[in-house]
Design a protein around this ligand. Structure first.
Ligand SMILES: Nc1nc2c(ncn2[C@@H]2O[C@H](COP(=O)(O)OP(=O)(O)O)[C@@H](O)[C@H]2O)c(=O)[nH]1
Ligand SMILES: [Mg+2]
Length: 328
């Protein structure tokens, strides 16, 4: 099965339970033929309700609906208009991988530094995976390692969630499945030190990129954030420009609450992109639109199941097509 089929399958609950109704709305709205109608209040309300129940979020829904109210008079099909407006929301997000978005408005972003420095050897690309417990960080690392490996890379995974022994074991199992190297510290060792070791070891063994699994919960939120901050600083000492990417894992089934988590991580951890997991387990797959609209962060991958192949590189075009295409 290709990525597109996986994405479609992942979105099938959203499609069946919510977006399926879109067809009725569109048919009714387009019944008079393009150009012959003004969009009526009922149609707008139905569309609004549909977007909200798919978890597109209030702000993004408002933007879409407002645009459609004005544009609909030009006589395009309602389906095309909605797709176009949603694509526009994704297009407004800087898609450069690894662009640091912590430093305020777009335009002030630090470009990814080169991580191949002739004076100081090879600097592997370092990606931190962050997010609260249970969102799917460890699973995502396993899938991502596998995906990168099948595209010819030699990733190394690093178990920096040293807080729970089970977390390290879980990552070790994924490393074995994906047949990639793992660096782990002894129980209770300093996560930042493990990251430092992993980068050194990756450099020595020619492994690149380094995927770092981090803890999702410590005694307090402040502890977690200061640990992530320390990991960032230590990684920067081990490899130039590291971490080059910080991927925040969000669970699609959590809905709008995930956005609050995201803001917290973004302000501290320098998040550069999102992995949206468990799209297969929710009818609220519209959350991807809310993420793009509210957080202005690119979605890099989506998780569509628990298996090793269930990670799909995100494409806004494919996402919008999958949700709104007429026939499946
Ligand atoms: N259905 C589904 N389950 C997922 C997905 N990603 C992760 N999970 C499950 O979510 C649970 C928590 O995942 P885990 O990687 O341990 O989360 P972590 O605490 O953030 O490291 C596990 O049971 C995973 O199998 C996904 O894309 N779809
Ligand atoms: Mg974990």
């Amino acid at each position: 099965m290709g990525f597109l089929d996986r994405l479609r399958e992942g979105l099938s609950r959203t499609k069946q339970q919510i977006v399926g109704r879109f067809d009725e709305i569109v048919q009714r709205a387009d019944a008079g033929g393009p150009g012959t109608r003004e969009i009526d209040v009922d149609t707008i309300e139905a569309l609004e309700e549909l977007l909200i129940s798919a978890d597109v979020g209030v702000a993004a829904t408002e933007q879409i609906v407002t645009a459609i109210r004005t544009r609909a008079r030009r006589g395009e099909s309602l389906r095309d208009l909605v797709k176009d407006e949603i694509r526009g929301i994704f297009d407004a997000v800087d898609q450069t991988p690894g662009a640091v978005r912590e430093s305020g408005p777009p335009g002030q972003r630090r470009p990814v530094e080169s991580y191949s420095d002739p004076t100081n050897g090879h600097h592997p690309h370092v990606t931190l995976i962050v997010g609260v417990n249970g969102t799917g960080k460890t699973t995502t690392i396993g899938k991502l390692a596998n995906l990168l490996k099948s595209s010819g890379k030699q990733p190394l995974v690093c178990a920096a969630d040293t807080f729970r022994a089970a977390a390290v074991e879980q990552l070790a199992i994924w490393a074995e499945r994906a047949q990639v190297d793992i660096v782990r510290g002894k129980g209770g060792s300093d996560p930042a030190a493990v990251v430092f070791d992993a980068i050194q070891s990756g450099r020595a063994r020619g492994r690149d990129p380094i995927l770092v699994d981090t803890a999702g919960r410590l005694h307090t939120r402040a502890n977690l954030m200061s640990e992530l901050d320390k990991i960032r600083r230590v990684a920067g000492r081990a490899a130039k420009g590291a971490p080059h990417e910080v991927l925040l894992v969000l669970d699609a089934t959590v809905g709008q609450n995930g956005l609050a988590q995201a803001r917290e991580f973004t302000s501290v951890a320098g998040v550069t992109g999102i992995v949206l997991t468990k799209l297969d387990g929710t009818a609220k797959g519209g959350i991807a639109v809310a993420i793009a609209h509210d957080l202005k962060l690119p979605i890099q991958y989506v998780g569509v199941g628990e298996g090793i192949d269930d990670l799909v590189p995100f494409s806004a075009q494919e996402y919008v097509d999958a949700l709104f295409q007429e026939k499946w």
